[in-house]
Ligand binder design. Sequence first.
Ligand SMILES: [Zn+2]
Length: 210
Amino acid sequence: MVRRMTLAAGVVAVPLGWAQTADAGMIVDGDALLALRNLAIPVEGVTAAALRDTFSDSRQGHWHEAIDIAAPKGAKVFAVDDGSLVKLFTSVPGGLTVYQFDPQGRLAYYYAHLDGYAHGLREGMTLHRCELLGYVGTSGNAPPESPHLHFAVFRLNPEHQWWKGTPLNPYPALTGSALKAPTSKASASGGVTSSRSAQAPVLQSSKACG
Ligand SMILES: [Zn+2]
């Protein structure tokens, strides 16, 4: 009898506990958060018009869930946003990679297939939008004849694990087509306000890094 009562109490307590302790920001959906970031185009010499939406392509038995930005080997790769560089990682598919969080630790930006890192790049440093990260290459599983930056965005879990998250399509944010009035959910999240939408015309003309 005691056991049954304990279980019943647990069933009720789980949803209540979640609702009471959840960070309001975690309720905001990832695409709305991303739409509010003024992402720079992370590759030297590439314009918004040149980007192709390859997020939903299938690649070797899985969804791509990233955007590939073709550029000559050695082209500069820039940070798309301000935020902490949380991990420099070398993987078989990604080659030389960088994981960066946004300033509030809600989104992760992933840069892969780099030819090399910028001098002085280190984990824990704060990056600024358009800061040099490294250079376009073919490390990992990129075809040697097709150097490109593989760029992905993840909505982080509450645990803020750099290697986990929900993939978000970066194409609208990189091209400026995601700029719009925040949803009512986003406005309620505290960290973002409707004043952002007033900056939209400025954002659209400042996507490229120097
Ligand atoms: Zn890719």
